[in-house]
Design a protein around this ligand. Structure first.
Ligand SMILES: Cc1ncc(COP(=O)(O)O)c(C=O)c1O
Length: 382
């Protein structure tokens, strides 16, 4: 099956008891057993739930992985993956990773004896240079949030395999419709399903997709033992979302390209970060490893005052955190998603006080453009 057919059918056979076309929300905590050890494969809902299993099969098929495990949030999924490691292990991380991922690594996991090095993974040799005898994992995000830098997944996968470590890719921004890291050699893919996979801004969740049998068995064990599972209702909402992933992503991409071009030409906008622009320093890599550019972009408004002015004056675009929903969301990374990253580090990464991020939705693009234009026209010229 091709992508759109898998999105609609993988894991979603009609319900065996009623023929219901939509997988039922099995809202139950436990299952009746016929006798000691006699059950239908379902004992307790932390361990197994049919709605969650359907979603997990669906996401595994979309990412081209052997197995998927769904978690209560993207952060819970990332946390589960890091617990594959033990104290003393070293992890190399993209220096421009999502602020919440940095917070988990720096403020929690470091206390348990894991060590992290943050490097500019745009240059694969930086990854290799940072690896040592105890490096067990490389964790990258591509494109990064919010400055849209890319890492060459194939090249970094080659390095990590040669050095006996796992490559984990956070594929939240592109979704499997535009980028499939496992096919490029990565070992594990993580998602915040809260974003494009759900696509309707009505659920928080996460997923881990992988191929190695030993890691699959361990993540299954961790999912049950630590218990940060995705609820049946949220599993259903994400599955409802993935059915339209292909058409939504095509529209996000189409609108994203138009808005990026519009901002580039806007006299009050200084710089636009979007991998689909020929001016993006990694445009060729974007074309090679992604089949579209998506709907995420950011631009430089010049100052905190200007960024605040834009967020306060938009009418159609919604100011707020998160991304990947059908509606256009506009945010200020320095005070929202990346507030936990120290200021010096933020400035080094280009997450300036004037940076504004847009998750371009699938409204009529003329309306998005007109709204941004009226809000940006109110700022001071840079
Ligand atoms: C790239 C990326 N990864 C992970 C996460 C965390 O996901 P969640 O908010 O579902 O825990 C986010 C959240 O914004 C994100 O943008």
């Amino acid at each position: 099956m091709k992508f759109s057919s898998k999105a609609i059918h993988a894991g979603q056979e009609p319900d065996p008891t009623t023929g219901a076309v939509s997988v039922p929300i099995y809202q139950t905590s436990t299952y009746a057993q016929e006798g000691i050890g006699k059950h239908k494969g379902f004992e307790y809902a932390r361990t197994q739930n049919p709605t969650r299993s359907a979603l997990e099969k669906n996401l595994a098929a979309l990412e081209g992985g052997k197995a998927c495990f769904a978690f209560a949030s993207g952060m819970a999924a990332i946390n589960a993956v890091t617990t594959l490691l033990s104290a003393g292990s070293h992890v190399v991380v993209s220096d421009n990773t999502y602020g919440g991922t940095f917070r988990l690594f720096d403020k929690i996991l470091r206390n348990f004896g894991l060590e992290f090095s943050y490097v500019d993974t745009r240059e694969p040799t930086n990854v290799e240079d940072a690896m040592g005898a105890t490096t067990r994992m490389v964790f990258i995000e591509t494109p990064t949030n919010p400055v849209m830098s890319l890492t060459d997944i194939r090249e970094v996968a080659e390095i990590t395999r040669r050095r006996g470590a796992r490559l984990v890719v956070d594929n939240t921004f592109m979704s499997p419709y535009f980028q499939r890291p496992l096919e490029l050699g990565a070992d594990i893919v993580v998602h915040s399903t809260t974003k494009y996979l759900n696509g309707h801004s009505d659920s928080v969740g996460g997923a881990v997709i992988l191929n190695d049998q030993e890691d699959i068995d361990r993540i299954r064990f961790i999912q049950n033992a630590a218990g940060a599972i995705l609820s049946p209702m949220d599993s259903w909402l994400v599955m409802r979302g993935t059915k339209t992933l292909a058409v939504r992503m095509r529209q996000h991409d189409e609108n994203g390209r138009v808005i990026a071009q519009f901002l580039t030409e806007h006299p009050k906008v200084k710089k636009v970060h979007y991998p689909g622009l020929k001016s993006h320093p990694q445009y060729d890599l974007a074309r090679r490893q992604m089949s579209g550019f998506g709907g995420m972009l950011s631009f430089e408004s010049g100052s905190l005052k200007n960024a605040a002015c834009i967020l306060e004056n938009v009418r159609l675009c919604t100011p707020g955190e998160s991304l990947g929903g059908v509606e256009t969301l506009i945010s200020h990374p320095a005070t929202m998603t990346h507030a936990s990253v120290p200021e010096v580090e933020r400035n080094r990464l280009g997450i300036t006080d004037g940076l504004v991020r847009i998750s371009v939705g699938i409204e009529d693009v003329e309306d998005i453009m007109a709204d941004l234009d009226q809000a940006i026209s109110k700022i001071d010229a840079i």
